[in-house]
Design a protein around this ligand. Structure first.
Ligand code: AP5
Length: 215
């Protein structure tokens, strides 16, 4: 089962991908995580991407598509979830070509719908472990000990792009570039829209029901 999981910033794509990989053994392909890892490791890709992430803007398509191609080539038959890619119609068309060339297909595109009014609170309250990347929220999923990761004991920080002014740019970028993908994937099918409100477990149950797998 190969999936595209898309939706606005803070919709819960990372949270749901983590549950899907933990319980169904799929491989997550998160372009955001890949860019952040490259920035942390100070690679050439990281240097190219940093300014865009800090500003809440999309990394140029040529860089992003090349990165996804490398990961798809390295799947070794494992099922995948694309989290945060594609993010505009150009990327969606490039993905289609890549999948065709690699004889792969996406079984379902899953759109996570969360009202704009909830997104700001989810994003400003998000905290992440600097070491292992586990995601928390100061209200809905706090760490047991403040500032310390429950999983690895690493420092838990706020993502630099989770500051309010950058979030506003990310939401704008989403509206202009990514939201149009809803119509694109609706027309292509199979496509499903999932209510992303409620607890993470409730959302996960809706997704697994919609993709017809038992978790
Ligand atoms: P990326 O990392 O993909 O950011 P994003 O799309 O903005 O998504 P987020 O990671 O912010 O949110 P999420 O939906 O994963 O939510 P989460 O599960 O963490 O991209 C970052 C940047 O990289 C982009 O701005 C761009 O610069 C670049 N980039 C990435 N992909 C690119 C591409 N394809 N092309 C070009 N550039 C690209 O949840 C958020 C919070 O809410 C957490 O605290 C969580 O605990 C909480 N939460 C989750 N679910 C629930 C729930 N059900 N109830 C209550 N709280 C919840």
């Amino acid at each position: 089962m190969n999936l595209i999981l898309f939706g606005p910033p803070g919709a819960g794509k990372g949270t749901q991908s983590a549950l899907l990989i933990e319980r169904l053994g799929m491989r997550q392909i998160s372009t955001g995580d890949l860019f952040r890892a490259a920035i942390k490791n100070q690679t050439k890709l990281g240097q190219e991407a940093k300014g865009y992430l800090d500003a809440g803007k999309l990394v140029p398509d040529s860089i992003t598509i090349g990165l996804v191609e490398e990961v798809l080539l390295d799947l070794n038959g494992k099922s995948f979830i694309l989290d945060g890619f594609p993010r505009n119609v150009t990327q969606a068309e490039a993905l289609e070509q890549l999948l065709k060339a690699l004889k792969l297909k996406v079984d379902k595109s899953v759109f996570l719908e969360v009202p704009m009014s909830m997104l700001l609170g989810r994003l400003t309250g998000r905290r992440v472990c600097k070491n292992c990347g586990t995601t928390y929220h100061i209200e809905s999923k706090p760490t047991h000990k403040e500032g310390v990761c429950d999983v690895c004991g690493g420092p838990v920080i706020q993502r630099p792009d989770d500051k309010e002014d950058v979030i506003r740019t990310r939401l704008e970028t989403y509206e202009n570039s990514t939201r149009p993908l809803k119509d694109y994937y609706k027309a292509k099918g199979p496509y499903v829209e999932i209510d992303g409100t409620g607890t993470s477990e409730q959302v996960f149950e809706r997704i697994t029901r919609a993709i017809q797998v038992k978790a």
